[in-house]
Design a protein around this ligand. Structure first.
Ligand code: HEM
Length: 180
C-alpha cells in the first residue's frame, strides 16, 4: 500500500500508536477541549473570526464560549481529527478526508489556508496544556507530524482547486500572539 498521502509522509506505525493512545484518553472530552481550542484561537487571532457570522463581532471569551456556531465548528474539527485518527493506517482515507475539508474551506468558506497552520499550533498547545503527562516529547512529535500532514494536504487541495487570495480572505491584520 502507498505510505504517502502525496503531500507529506504518513505516520510510522509506532507514531500512529502514540497518537491513537493519547486520542483515546481525550476523545471523551473532545467537546470541551475543542471549545477551548477555538476560543483560544479566535481570541489570539481575531481576524480568523471574520468567517463566522455569529461571532465575528464578539470579543469577550465568555460570550464566544456560549456561541452555538463556535461549538458546531469545534465539533466538526474534533470530529474530523477523530476520523483521521481512526484512519491512520489508510493513507487513501486520510487523503479523501482532507481533500474534502480543503475543498469546503477553499470553495465554500474562502478561508485563507494560513489559518489552518495557526489553528494546528493552537491545537497542539492546548493538548499539551490539558494532558501534560501524556504529551511527552515523542507524543508531541507524532502529533506534530499529523498536524503537518493535515496542513500540507489542505494546502495541496487549495492549489489543486486554484484558490486565489482575495482581500476578504486576507489574514494580514491577524494578531500573532500565541498565549492566552
Ligand atoms: C483542522 C482544521 C479544520 C477542520 C478539520 C475543519 C472542519 C470543518 C468542517 C468538517 C466543516 C463543515 C464543512 C462544510 O461546510 O461542508 C467546517 C466548516 C467551516 N469551517 Fe472549518 N475546519 C478547520 C479549520 C478551519 C479554519 C482555520 C477556519 C477559519 C478560520 C474554518 C472556517 C470554517 C467555516 C467558516 C465553516 C462554515 C461554518 C458554518 O457553516 O457554521 N475552519 N470546518
Amino acid at each position: 500500500m502507498d505510505t504517502e498521502t502525496g503531500a507529506g509522509s504518513s505516520l510510522s506505525p509506532p507514531e500512529a500508536e502514540l497518537v491513537r493512545g493519547t486520542w483515546s484518553r481525550l476523545r471523551g472530552h473532545r467537546d470541551s477541549v475543542g471549545a477551548r481550542i477555538l476560543v483560544r484561537f479566535f481570541c489570539n487571532h481575531p481576524t480568523a473570526r471574520q468567517y463566522f457570522r455569529q461571532f465575528k463581532h464578539l470579543e469577550d471569551p465568555e460570550e464566544m464560549q456560549c456561541c452555538a456556531q463556535l461549538h458546531r465548528h469545534a465539533g466538526r474539527v474534533m470530529g474530523t481529527i477523530n476520523n483521521l485518527v481512526e484512519n491512520l493506517g489508510s493513507p487513501d482515507q486520510l487523503d479523501a478526508i482532507l481533500t474534502s475539508v480543503g475543498k469546503a474551506h477553499a470553495l465554500r468558506h474562502n478561508v485563507d489556508p494560513v489559518y489552518f497552520k495557526i489553528l494546528n499550533g493552537v491545537i497542539l498547545q492546548i493538548l499539551v496544556e490539558e494532558y501534560p503527562e501524556s504529551f511527552t516529547h515523542k507524543v508531541q512529535e507524532a502529533w506534530t507530524k499529523l498536524m503537518t500532514l493535515i496542513y500540507n494536504k489542505v494546502l495541496t487541495t487549495y492549489q489543486e482547486v486554484g484558490w486565489v487570495q482575495t482581500s476578504s480572505s486576507s489574514s494580514s491584520s491577524s494578531s500573532s500572539s500565541s498565549s492566552s
